[in-house]
Ligand binder design. Structure first.
Ligand code: SF4
Ligand code: SF4
Length: 99
């Protein structure tokens, strides 16, 4: 089973900008194993103030891939390599995100 989008070639730029896997809410968390959901919620509850960009807790930096690829959030599944947003992330997220 793959653990990273093959077209990403170990990039992981977008995975370094959200410290928590970007699930949309409880209903999406209910679709993954309960122990993983509990882990995400527990980490979320340790965060204070506005969300600060940082490596995702599921990002395996050894291989720059997702530790729970098969359970990654929908937004991660739909993010397209080589899209305008992808290029914005790879360029360092300068300026406003492209619409
Ligand atoms: S920024 Fe683009 S190439 Fe890099 S990991 Fe994200 S989708 Fe893949
Ligand atoms: S859940 Fe996985 S694919 Fe999504 S941002 Fe985190 S490491 Fe990347």
């Amino acid at each position: 089973m793959p653990t990273a989008i093959e077209d990403c070639h170990g990039c992981a730029a977008c995975c370094t900008k959200t410290p928590v896997p970007p699930f949309s809410g409880q209903s999406e968390l209910d679709t993954i194993p309960s122990e993983l959901a509990a882990e995400v919620i527990a980490f979320w509850e340790t965060l204070e103030g506005p969300l600060v960009p940082g490596p995702c807790m599921w990002l395996n930096r050894a291989g720059d891939n997702c530790s729970h690829w098969e359970h990654r959030p929908l937004i991660c599944r739909e993010f397209e390599p080589d899209s305008t947003m992808c290029e914005w992330f790879k360029g360092g997220c300068h300026g406003n995100p492209p619409m």
